[in-house]
Write a protein that binds this ligand. Structure first.
Ligand code: AMP
Length: 183
């Protein structure tokens, strides 16, 4: 199962991908988590990324694509993986298609978790991460609308786009996703 979980920050991508991964025994690949791990390790990549992440800005496409390129060829990805937080720009989506072809990965699906903005703002306000102060959250939502939302159209054109209502209890959102995965 090869899947992108798509949606604005705070819609529950992390929570749902953990549940899907546990059910299907495949890894979750979160570019945000990989970057946060690099920050903890204090690598050069981590230090550079932190400056952008703290401001709510995106890390450059080439850095992100490098991370993905290395990660998806690892052994645990053979039977599938879930992407959480990638692709976030049209360029990432396009380059990712090239990678999928190169690695002969078929049937990639993109599932959006859709949640109204007011609910997202409430949820992120409660999360308390470094990049969750209100101003930064608003910036991340704006960047999502400007740069990430167009990625939807890309997968719609490929007939690979699905959407679920994320403004529901965790189990209900999970069941909606599972239904889409049964073919
Ligand atoms: P996340 O945990 O997915 O909310 O990501 C936290 C932060 O990491 C984002 O606000 C970005 O600064 C950066 N980041 C994560 N994934 C990407 C990506 N695919 N492209 C660009 N920046 C990213």
């Amino acid at each position: 199962m090869f899947l992108i979980l798509f949606g604005a920050p705070g819609v529950g991508k992390g929570t749902q991908s953990e549940k899907i991964c546990a059910k299907y025994n495949i890894p979750q690949i979160s570019t945000g988590e990989i970057l946060r791990a690099a920050i903890v390790k204090n690598t050069e990549q981590g230090r550079k990324a932190k400056i952008l992440m703290d401001k709510g800005e995106l890390v450059p496409d080439d850095v992100i694509l490098g991370i993905i390129d290395k990660r998806i060829v690892q052994d645990d990805c053979k039977n599938g993986f879930i992407l959480d937080g990638f692709p976030r720009t049209l360029r990432q989506a396009r380059e990712f298609s090239v990678l999928l072809e190169k690695h002969k990965i078929p049937n990639f699906r993109c599932i959006e978790i859709s949640v109204p903005d007011e609910v997202i703002l409430e949820r992120l306000g409660e999360r308390g991460r470094d990049d969750d102060c209100r101003e930064t959250v608003l910036k991340r939502l704006r960047i999502y609308k400007d740069q990430t939302a167009p990625v939807k159209e890309y997968y719609k054109e490929k007939n690979a786009f699905y959407s679920v209502d994320g403004n529901k209890p965790i189990e209900e959102v999970f069941n909606q996703i599972i239904e889409l995965l049964v073919d």
